[in-house]
Design a protein around this ligand. Structure first.
Ligand SMILES: Cc1ncc(CO)c(N)n1
Length: 222
């Protein structure tokens, strides 16, 4: 198994705890309270703006033209495609883009994006891939599994659009280069350096858990 592929298994328990979190399970069943989703949506919109900046940092630090294009491509996808799901749901809720942009980030989200941006500014391209990897990978994994568990999501599930988008092959394709690029960057790394990459990856998936939990409990602060 390649180094990248081992990372998810090493994060085993927290990876599964996120999937089992009532936020995701209720989303899959279509029973999640809309107020909770609305809270999530606004927080996630603000989160994605910070997340997109991490890819710009990747592009600056990247020496391979091929991957520079990939970094900027993902940044574009986040701002245009991924945030479009949010904009559609926001329209359903009657929320304007201005309101979304003005949303104050919750404490957990701020901690998460501050950690990502610190890694982006001070780390290497391998660190940058490791810090964003769990975000895309876990969403794709969870959405695909929700579709398997709850059968193809019925039309009357309010969250169908969200699940279908993150489960889509297109979304999977958007980050499929993370695996090969991280493997390439880690080829000659020492055990100690690899441990650091694992730690960065794990920290992000732990923050993912806090993000689901924060959304479920609609908590802005401690
Ligand atoms: C918090 C969070 N993590 C990951 C993703 C997937 O891009 C997202 N939209 N939000």
């Amino acid at each position: 198994m390649s180094f990248s592929n081992t990372l998810k298994e090493k994060a085993g328990k927290v990876w599964e705890d996120c999937y089992e979190h009532p936020f995701l399970q209720e989303l899959g069943k279509g029973t999640l309270e809309k107020e909770k989703f609305k809270f999530y949506l606004l927080q996630d919109y603000r989160y994605l703006i910070e997340y997109a900046k991490v890819f710009a940092a990747g592009s600056i630090k990247c020496d391979e033209e091929k991957y520079m294009t990939k970094f900027s491509g993902v940044q574009h996808n986040i701002l245009y495609d991924e945030m479009d799901i949010h904009r559609k749901y926001m329209a359903d809720f009657g929320i304007t883009e201005k309101e979304a942009e003005d949303t104050v980030q919750s404490l957990f989200s701020k901690a998460y994006t501050s950690n990502m941006l610190a890694t982006a500014y001070s780390g290497t391209t391998a660190d940058i891939i490791a810090v964003v990897f769990p975000c895309a990978w876990s969403y794709h994994d969870y959405a695909k599994r929700l579709k398997q568990s709850y059968g193809d999501i019925p039309e009357d599930n309010f969250y169908k659009k969200w699940i279908d988008t993150y489960a889509s092959e297109e979304f999977g394709e958007s980050f499929s280069w993370f695996y090969e690029y991280l493997d390439l960057l880690c080829e000659n790394k020492t055990e100690k350096e690899l441990k650091k990459i694992e730690d960065i990856f794990r920290t992000s998936i732990e923050f993912e858990f806090l993000f689901w939990d924060m959304a479920y409990r609609m908590k802005m602060s401690y």
